[in-house]
Ligand binder design. Structure first.
Ligand code: ZN
Length: 157
């Protein structure tokens, strides 16, 4: 984790995560007992037929965000500003692709609050494929909404 790109797949969808993004996630893992959850938005692009996605950049907590060891509130306007800036600078190809946050557990599983939050993100971005990443202390998991609910993508080795 952190040395190379990683590709996660589910059905016909793939998400390619740059080694830079992986390194940021690795550095934000909740390793220590007092670490609060870390989180941000995912910005990236997609292929024309919307089957391949690339994570280009991610935001990390800003001063006006709030968090505890088991919760976070993404409320600093700098996340949206980063999305808007990437969109303009890319000529409209870099877009909001979802959110990420950490969990203080080895293999992270989404909480009910996570799923409700993700549904809210999907509701605000109709028609767009979104990805939700949870960074555990050992594994990173990527989830998408399917007809079966939230399903994890499988990392290609
Ligand atoms: Zn969570």
């Amino acid at each position: 984790m952190g040395d190379e790109n990683a590709i996660f797949k589910n059905g016909g969808i793939s998400l390619n995560i740059s080694k830079d993004a992986l390194a940021v996630w690795k550095n934000h893992r909740q390793i220590n007992a007092k670490d609060h959850e870390k989180f941000g938005v995912i910005i990236g692009s997609c292929s024309e037929i919307k089957d391949e996605y690339w994570v280009e950049s991610i935001t990390t907590p800003f001063p006006n965000d709030r968090s505890t060891r088991y919760s976070f509130l993404l409320r600093d306007r700098n996340h949206q500003k980063a999305v808007d800036l990437a969109f303009v600078e890319s000529g409209g190809t870099s877009i909001y692709l979802g959110t990420w946050h950490t969990h203080p557990e080895l293999i992270p599983t989404p909480s009910l609050i996570d799923k409700m939050d993700w549904l809210s993100c999907i509701g605000k971005n109709p028609g767009r494929q979104l990805f939700f990443v949870i960074v555990g202390t050992k594994e990173i998991r990527v989830f998408v909404r399917t007809s079966f609910g939230f399903t994890k993508l499988i990392m290609e080795s």
